[in-house]
Design a protein around this ligand. Structure first.
Ligand SMILES: [Zn+2]
Length: 320
């Protein structure tokens, strides 16, 4: 009888130790998990004032380095506003945010195109070699240049029916010619006679134009009126200056029927107005109602419908 009791109490001991053990393990695991969670950026972001949802948004949209940086500063709603912008580019975050801090009165929506177009940098200060593998979509502007020996291999002469000057003086790439002819016909059906005044220009030709201005009026003036050699889109063979047979005046062309027709229709043939009137601060170029660039129909349509510059398109879709 006594032996039986003894056996019973040892069973109790084992049971109690077992229960306590389970409790301690459960408690320990919980504590450990809590400890682990407190080490995460998600938790740390909530401790400086971000909601859990915002913390998740920050983490999924930014690099670890950028999240680490955000943890060193006070909570800032402008960071969340930046993440909400349509053309937000992850790798540009610090540039956006630094610009926001330096330009406190500027709208967040304004900061994105400025940084994406690189115009927070002085013109010609970056000297980036453009990526030629982009072919029809290469970008050439005051930051990206082409090499001095680049010349397209498929240049064709534009007939004098569609261009001024001697035959052979106006040349474009084949793809531009094909699409321009379709556009010319469509415009002609609407009673408009398009004419090309200038198209491909070699590095050496641009050098002569630029140096003439520079020698006569100084570098600042030259920069305001002509692209530096290597930085002219005309060297791509994809840019054309288009006027009409009845108006080839740079000052008045913008008000002509032809300019309006081009503005509304060029995208259907793969061309974009490269330096629009309201985008000077993004393109770095004064409004040129005659300068069109071939980029292909799909991209031209997107740019036309979304009212953005090629700089913005390139940064977000082709260099992101
Ligand atoms: Zn031009």
């Amino acid at each position: 009888m006594k032996k039986k009791l003894k056996l019973k109490s040892s069973v109790y001991y084992v049971l109690i130790i077992f229960i306590v053990g389970i409790f301690l393990a459960y408690f320990g695991i919980n504590k450990y998990n809590e400890y682990k969670y407190h080490q995460t950026n998600e938790y740390k972001l909530t401790t400086i004032g971000y909601t859990l949802e915002d913390a998740k948004k920050i983490i999924s949209n930014l690099s670890d380095d950028d999240v680490g940086y955000i943890l060193t500063i006070n909570k800032d709603d402008r960071i969340l506003q930046l993440l909400d912008q349509k053309y937000f580019i992850k790798k540009n975050f610090r540039d956006y945010y630094d610009y926001v801090l330096a330009n406190k009165k500027m709208e967040i929506s304004e900061v994105i195109p400025i940084i994406n177009c690189k115009v927070n940098n002085e013109y010609y200060s970056l000297d980036l070699e453009t990526d030629m593998s982009k072919e029809d979509q290469i970008i050439v502007n005051k930051y990206y240049h082409m090499s001095s020996d680049y010349s397209p291999t498929d240049l064709v002469k534009v007939s004098m029916d569609y261009s001024w000057g001697d035959y052979g003086s106006v040349v474009v790439r084949q793809v531009v010619m094909d699409n321009f002819l379709n556009m010319w016909q469509a415009a002609n059906n609407d009673g408009i006679y398009l004419m090309i005044s200038s198209a491909y220009r070699s590095y050496q030709e641009q050098e002569i134009v630029y140096n003439n201005y520079k020698d006569s009026y100084g570098e600042d003036y030259a920069n305001s009126i002509a692209a530096k050699p290597g930085f002219s889109e005309h060297q791509t063979g994809l840019a054309i200056d288009i006027f009409s047979k009845t108006n080839s005046n740079r000052k008045t062309f913008e008000d002509s029927e032809a300019a309006k027709w081009l503005f509304d229709n060029a995208y259907r043939f793969g061309f974009i107005l490269r330096y629009p009137k309201d985008k000077v601060k993004y393109t770095g170029y004064a409004y040129e109602s005659w300068h069109y660039r071939y980029v292909g129909k799909e991209i031209a349509e997107y740019i036309h419908n979304n009212d953005i510059t090629y700089e913005e398109y390139y940064a977000y879709f082709l260099d992101n």
